[in-house]
Design a protein around this ligand. Structure first.
Ligand code: NAD
Length: 313
């Protein structure tokens, strides 16, 4: 069993680190947050006083951090030059493609193999060890990272060269954001046209409009399988995180001159819901409440700069 350093023990990283412990690895864990460290300790991790301490003698270093700037800071200040050069470096955070490529290049220049390995699946999948990993890196680096990722996930897919994991992740989530917004507006229109929504679900889920946002994650309470819509849009994948991913997607689209009007519209809609209307903590399917105008913004929320989305059709 290996010595694994795990940095970033938040909503996702906490469960992922615990699964490595359950598989018999010695996990040396660090986070800036005291409660996160306490939880990791209770789950059998050996907590350390710094990220640099966690990576000493590590055979693998895994990070699950909020954004690109945190990844850059941790790798450049605490990992590169501090972990043994034969440690495989695995960043599972969702970050911009450019930073992922840059950090992998810097790591390679210092003698390390590193992959970007963002995940699909939320907190429940992180806890259950059923994440999907999309991995960017050389064939050798992928093979070295794979045994660790297989413990934390149900699928581990080599997406291509360094940065390809992040590219696959934001392409997937751009499609998801746009398809969820389209699913929401479709159900709102179906209701206004007098359709019974369960009947419409039964028809459309077997017709050409079928998509994951409808059949697996229906945004309408009581329709289709149980989803966050049945829990007042609590839990699941936060609208703020969808907005983060859509912004990363738009940044990437610009960098390669890709025309992405549906992605851009999804970004505008999620910015309005998550930020202007204070819905960032709700599941991303909760945007249906903005679209049907039933959303009550929390007190103190800045009024939106635009008229209600469904106001003029
Ligand atoms: P989180 O905010 O719960 O956890 C991040 C942790 O990193 C925090 O505990 C924070 O204290 C720690 N941290 C920040 N800077 C640090 C540093 N310099 N050193 C050590 N620790 C530091 O976030 P999360 O929900 O666990 O998400 C982590 C990543 O996974 C993000 O990139 C997110 O986009 C991605 N993701 C999240 C979900 C989800 O459903 N939550 C799903 C897929 C992907």
């Amino acid at each position: 069993m290996a010595r694994v350093a795990f940095i970033g023990l938040g909503n996702m990283g906490g469960g992922m680190a615990a699964n490595l412990v359950k598989a018999g690895h010695e996990v040396r864990a660090f986070d800036l947050s005291e409660p996160a460290l306490e939880k990791a300790k209770a789950n059998g991790c050996l907590t350390t006083g710094s990220a640099s301490q966690a990576v000493q003698d590590a055979e693998a270093v895994i990070t699950m951090l909020p954004a690109g700037k945190h990844v850059r800071e941790v790798f450049e200040s605490n990992v590169i030059g501090q972990a043994p050069t034969n440690a495989i470096l695995i960043d599972c955070s969702t970050i911009d493609v450019a930073t992922a490529r840059e950090e992998i290049e810097k790591a390679a220049a210092a003698g390390y193999e590193m992959v970007d390995a963002p995940v699909s699946g939320g907190i429940a999948a992180a806890d259950a060890g059923t994440l999907t990993f999309m991995v960017g890196g050389t064939d050798e680096a992928f093979e070295r990272a794979r045994p660790y990722l297989e413990i934390m996930g149900k699928a581990v897919i080599h997406a291509g060269a360094p940065g390809s994991g992040q590219a696959a992740k934001i392409c997937n989530n751009m499609l998801l954001g746009a398809s969820m917004a389209a699913t929401c507006e479709t159900f709102v229109m179906a209701r206004k046209l007098g359709l019974d929504l369960q009947t419409f679900f039964d028809i459309s889920s077997k017709a050409s409009g079928q998509c994951w946002s409808m059949t697996t994650y229906c945004p309408v309470p009581g329709v289709g399988p149980e989803t966050p819509a049945d829990r007042n849009y609590e839990g699941g994948f936060a609208a703020a995180l969808m907005l983060k991913d859509l912004r990363l997607a738009m940044e990437a689209a610009q960098s390669v001159d890709a025309y992405t009007p549906m992605g851009a519209e999804a970004e505008t809609l999620y910015a309005r819901f998550a930020e202007s209307l204070g819905g960032g903590g709700k599941d991303f399917s909760g945007i249906i409440k903005m679209i049907d105008d039933s959303w009550v913004a929390p007190e103190g929320t800045t009024p939106p700069p635009l008229p209600p989305v469904g106001a003029k059709l």
